[in-house]
Design a protein around this ligand. Structure first.
Ligand code: SAM
Length: 329
């Protein structure tokens, strides 16, 4: 047996760095205008001949470009998400996530030994410095790209005709609720968040032309009244807490729902057998960036929902990264 699996793990950083450079040089936006040869790309992007061919072919090997008769094109995924000219551009995500990963993962051995890690600067609604605010804005923009995809999925997945309102609990700046009420205009919606989020929500709703369509409820999900609704959502909220708090949050949602209402809980839940390395790695990441957070299994979430009184509980895949657990009151 050769050591290849170990070498592959030890060299994963090469792949990340190739992607970063491609984004920095805007390879994908250049190719969005049409296929180019290595020489054309080299001239267009100002690449050195010593590096360019290997770099471009590495991007082909990594599935970001295709090469046909000596001409490079964006692969479908790059065309959709890495062309700066598109509304679906996700290019900021890579450096942002790598930057926060480097800081967080550097503490893994310390975390493993002590159970504790240093608080991570992830911004927050009360970010003070300009640098913090810029980083926070980039972070929330990326989160909202995900909320857009989740919102579109939920808007199509469920029959909303029997529901009249939706509350997104821990809904950041109200984006998911905004997507749902704009897809189903008969719905009204609110976002429950910490009071410091109000200004961000109002600015964001104004930016996307949804002022007044999503209400703001400022408070603490553990202590303050949750307004009643037909549908409530916890998106990536339970992963910030321990099991006892998760159970409490689920119970509080049950109490706030009207009879016949529906609770949706989504997170990057761990598969039941705990075999999906990607999911378990995200759970470790949560442990590194939050004092008590981690991911959890959908079977555990179903158990908390049953204990709270929910029925017709089921878990379904969401996007290709998350799981949504659904329960009815
Ligand atoms: C990881 S973010 C998820 C935001 C959004 N749901 C999404 O998926 O993009 C968790 C959010 O829950 C909010 N949150 C956590 N605990 C809360 C509490 N006790 N009261 C109110 N909001 C809370 C945080 O402020 C944060 O915006």
């Amino acid at each position: 047996m050769g050591p290849e699996p170990i070498l592959r793990l030890a060299t994963l950083v090469c792949q990340t760095e190739v992607l970063h450079s491609a984004l920095e040089l805007d390879v994908f936006s250049a190719l969005a205008e049409g296929p180019l040869t290595e020489l054309e790309l080299r001239n267009r992007l100002g690449l050195h001949e010593r590096f360019s061919l290997d770099f471009l072919d590495a991007l082909v090997g990594l599935g970001m470009l295709t090469k046909d008769a000596g001409r490079y094109r964006n692969a479908l995924v790059a065309e959709h998400y890495l062309d700066r000219g598109r509304g679906t551009y996700l290019g900021e995500y890579a450096p942002l996530v790598t930057g926060s990963f480097q800081q967080a993962w550097g503490q893994l051995t310390k975390g493993l030994r002590t159970g504790e890690v240093e608080a991570q600067p992830r911004g927050g609604f009360v970010a003070k410095s300009h640098e913090d605010q810029t980083r926070f804005k980039a972070y929330v923009d990326v989160m909202d790209r995900l909320s857009s995809r989740v919102g579109k999925d939920f808007a199509e997945r469920f029959d909303w005709s029997g529901f009249k309102d939706v509350g997104d609990l821990g809904g950041a700046r109200g984006h998911l609720a905004a997507v749902l009420v704009s897809a189903h205009p008969h719905l009204s919606g609110y976002c429950f968040e910490r009071p410091s989020a109000q200004q961000f929500l109002e600015e964001h709703l104004a930016e996307i032309g949804m002022t007044g369509r999503v209400g703001f409820v400022g408070g603490d999900l553990f202590a303050d009244p949750i307004p009643e609704a037909d549908v409530l959502i916890y998106g990536q909220v339970l992963h910030g807490w321990e099991n006892s708090e998760r159970e409490k949050l689920v119970r509080r949602a049950y109490e706030a729902l009207r009879p016949g209402g529906m609770l949706l809980i989504y997170d990057r839940m761990i598969d039941d057998e705990r075999r999906d390395a990607q999911r378990v790695l995200y759970s470790l990441y949560m442990r590194l960036v939050s004092p008590m957070g981690s991911e959890y299994r959908s079977v555990d979430c179903e158990k908390w929902m049953r204990a709270a009184g929910f029925s017709e509980i089921c878990a379904e895949p969401l996007l290709s990264t998350h799981t949504v657990v659904i329960g009815r009151k």
